[in-house]
Design a protein around this ligand. Sequence first.
Ligand SMILES: [Zn+2]
Length: 76
Amino acid sequence: MEKHNQCPECAGTRVHSHGGISAGGGYAPNYLPGLGTFFSSGKFTVRVCADCGLTRFYASPEARAKLRDSKDWRRG
Ligand SMILES: [Zn+2]
């Protein structure tokens, strides 16, 4: 994850991250359908560059582990 500390937009190094952010569901759109559990939606780690504001969303390892066998997602 070391390269995540540099912003791909401005090459700044003041990138901050926040894990465990809900991907939605319920009354909100669900951005990771089929990748959560019955009780909770999938999770993102969000990284924001303090210099240019570029914001990136990374699916959690738990969500990514379900991608290949999920009927909601296709490759490509
Ligand atoms: Zn940046």
